[in-house]
Write a protein that binds this ligand. Structure first.
Ligand code: FAD
Length: 246
């Protein structure tokens, strides 16, 4: 997704977004455990007390124990929307179909049997760690997206699209879905008064690239939120009072 943002000058004295947000990078730099491990250890409150403000996602806590029961399914998983064409003809994909899809992509396709799968399936919020996508496609070109959509139509495979993976509702993942991850489409091109931003760019990279030209856009406060998810939802950030929403 390319979008022409409004480009505005950064007001003097505006706090950089990263100053408001406790993120993995910050925690790792401090030599402590990463955010996910911290949450798993049940000490998320310690992070809040340490000063998480804008990125303190109150939903970002492990879901209450399910007492050994089956993992909860989100409402979306319980009733998947019709994200694929009803004209699916080839039936459920077999291993060979997935292999063929992977070979046809310029980016990578991660399947449950791959070593990278444990990380590839994760969203930002540990609440959705139970989700087990059928595959995660790290699309590297628009042709990869075309391939994935054609595959999904052919086999009736439900899709999810992921940018920064911050969806509060877990909509960018899901069990048995083909996740189209756009995080590698992160090129940011700047021109005279315009910028073209790849769908997978993270806010920190957007701010850094635009800031090098002395400009910015009204976006969110959290460095790892994706530009496309934020834009679709209507972003609110540190310069919103002066320049409005994303
Ligand atoms: C810790 C935290 C801090 C936040 N801080 C702010 C903030 O300061 N200001 C603010 O306004 N919001 C903030 N948010 C909310 C955030 O902006 C939204 O959750 C946003 O939708 C996340 O975008 P994403 O790309 O990271 O998430 P994703 O989960 O990747 O995407 C969100 C939704 O958009 C869809 N989507 C993503 N990319 C595409 C695409 N290319 N094409 C079609 N659909 C797509 C996904 O399928 C999903 O439904 C925050 C959220 C968190 C968890």
């Amino acid at each position: 997704m390319d979008m022409p943002p409004r480009v505005v000058s950064t007001p003097a004295g505006t706090e950089p977004p990263s100053a408001l947000c406790v993120e993995e990078t910050h925690i790792e730099r401090e030599g402590r455990m990463d955010r996910r491990t911290l949450l798993a250890a049940g000490t998320g409150l310690a992070v809040a007390a340490a000063g998480a403000v804008a990125c303190d996602d109150t939903a970002d806590t492990p879901a209450p124990s399910n007492e050994g029961g089956a993992p909860r399914t989100s409402p979306r998983e319980a009733a998947p929307p019709a994200t694929t064409s009803a004209s699916a003809r080839a039936g459920k994909p077999r291993a060979a179909d997935w292999t063929a899809l992977g070979k046809g992509l310029r980016g990578g396709l991660i399947r449950p049997s791959d070593a990278d799968y444990a990380q590839a399936r994760q969203l930002y919020n540990t609440r959705f760690d139970h989700q087990r996508p059928a595959a995660v496609a790290y699309v590297a070109h628009t042709s990869d997206i075309t391939e994935c959509l054609a595959f999904a139509r052919r086999h009736g495979t439900p899709l999810a699209i992921r940018s920064g993976g911050h969806s509060y509702a877990g909509h960018s993942g899901g069990t048995d879905r083909l996740v189209i991850d756009v995080s590698r489409l992160r090129t940011i091109r700047t021109g005279a008064g315009t910028a073209t931003i790849g769908a997978g760019a993270k806010l920190i990279d957007v701010y850094t690239s635009l800031g090098a030209h002395g400009v910015t856009i009204p976006a969110g406060s959290c460095p790892t939120v994706g530009i496309s998810g934020l834009t679709l939802g209507g972003g609110h950030g540190v310069v919103a009072r002066a320049y409005g929403l994303t």
